[in-house]
Design a binder for this molecule. Structure first.
Ligand code: URA
Length: 434
């Protein structure tokens, strides 16, 4: 088999056979394919697309390109959740302990923030001492003992995606439905869980800007998961406004803890409940959504979910006292309030601009090796729907000695819209794809 023939075949719009996809992925990983041939193939896929069968084969070949985890030693079902990336999205921090408290095992492998979206690993590492880059043996032991752990993927998992993603990034081929699907699902399938819930974000603050694009991605991801034998469902949720009130690593951990105490903002509770219900159902712990919601509500009300978080933090080397005293989390030295310039109702708080503002304050990174400041970020004091008078604080910027404050302030000024009349509330959950 020759790579040039596979490039030509795809360029002419034909579907590749399973052996051809397999050959290509093996050559990507063993280094025999030069970057220019991989890049040419990626561009051919970008233009011609891949059918669901090719996408499933690519996903499978990529998932098998490195180490895969096996959870068959656990005495219960395994389930994970993946989000396509949002602003203020701390749902994983609450979901893993809630679903573990309901009786499933949640071996969660998460990512870091990049661009305007945050990453679960960066958020967790705001907890003093907590480690997310753990050896597989330690990860397995914590999941077995506590019921959940949240770690980063090791370098030995899915090496095909690392090389392909790096090339996609610099050849304008990221936005291919088939390539996105294989990239996301190969990593999840290599984790070895038996069930998976995807939170596909839609809107200005998301990777997918329209509901139609998000719906298509959700359908493709679910199909690829099923083809690999993983029970998969997707929730398509709106990402126009940050989720909850906090954007920034330590601020988001504190908000997740508040949620596990049974409080917290309504939108965050709605999203966590919807995802937890799907995870609990897919794990086979409840026969109906109503029963699943009862389990989830009890896990929080009984304090069991908070206890799982405490044990998970301790097992991962972090200071468990943050659960009772979030004041132990890192915080920024200074605050600055963005105030309403007129009287009316807050009708929009743009998620992308808020994410970028937090990035300027130091909460995220523009290069993979940037250091992040766990204490800085945004606190939304007047969420969408709030009636405000001129001079009322809308967003509190937590900054360190003014670093990035001017840029962040300009962004949040553009992010907030105050209008004379309140706008009707939009549903947060757009659809469920199963
Ligand atoms: N996230 C991934 O992991 N891969 C993609 O291709 C896009 C988003």
């Amino acid at each position: 088999m020759r790579a040039v023939d596979l490039i030509r075949k795809k360029r002419e719009g034909h579907a590749l056979a399973r052996e051809e996809v397999q050959f290509f992925v093996e050559a990507v990983v063993d280094g025999t394919l030069p970057d220019y041939q991989i890049a040419a193939w990626l561009m051919a896929v970008m233009w011609r697309g891949m059918d669901p069968q090719e996408t499933a084969w690519l996903t499978d070949a990529m998932a098998r390109s490195g180490e895969r985890l096996d959870w068959s030693m656990l005495p219960g079902p395994t389930v994970d959740k993946h989000s396509t990336g949002g602003v203020g999205d701390k749902t994983s921090l609450a979901l893993a302990p809630i679903v573990a408290a309901c009786g499933a095992f949640v071996p969660m492998m998460s990512g870091r923030g990049l661009g305007h979206t945050g990453g679960t690993l960066d958020k967790l590492e705001a907890i003093p001492g907590l480690r997310t880059m753990l050896p597989v043996e330690a990860f397995r032991a914590i999941v077995a003992q506590v019921g959940c752990a949240i770690v980063g993927q090791t370098d030995r998992m899915v090496p095909a995606d690392r090389r392909l993603y790096a090339l996609r990034d610099v050849t304008a081929t990221v936005e291919s439905l088939g390539l996105i699907t294989a990239s996301i699902m190969s990593k999840k399938i290599a984790e070895g869980v038996s069930a998976l819930v995807l939170d596909v974000k839609s809107g200005r603050g998301a990777f997918m800007k329209t509901d139609q694009a998000a719906g298509e991605l959700a359908a493709a991801l679910v199909q690829a998961g099923r083809a690999a034998g993983v029970r998969t469902q997707a929730v398509v949720s709106r990402m126009e406004t940050p989720i909850g009130r906090a954007v920034g690593n330590a601020l988001e951990v504190a908000e997740a803890i508040v949620l596990l105490r049974g409080e917290g903002p309504h939108d965050l509770r709605t999203l966590v409940e919807a995802l937890a219900v799907r995870m609990t159902r897919l794990a086979g712990l409840a026969a109906s959504d109503e029963e699943a919601l009862r389990l989830v509500t009890r896990a929080v009300a009984s304090g069991e979910a908070l206890e799982r978080l405490r044990r998970m933090i301790q097992a991962q080397g972090g200071d468990p006292r943050v659960v009772d005293d979030p004041g132990r989390l890192p915080s920024a030295s200074h605050r600055h309030a963005l105030r309403a310039v007129k009287t009316g109702f807050v009708t929009a708080i743009d998620a992308e601009r808020c994410g970028l503002a937090a990035l300027h304050l130091g909460a995220g990174r523009t290069r993979m090796d940037d250091a992040i400041d766990a204490g800085v970020g945004l606190e939304i004091l007047s969420p969408v729907g709030t009636a405000v008078s001129t001079g009322d604080a809308v967003i509190l910027l937590h900054h360190r000695d003014g670093r990035g404050l001017d840029e962040a302030l300009a962004l949040v000024q553009q992010a907030v819209v105050v209008a004379e009349a309140a706008s009707p509330p939009h549903p947060l959950i757009l659809s469920i794809v199963s």
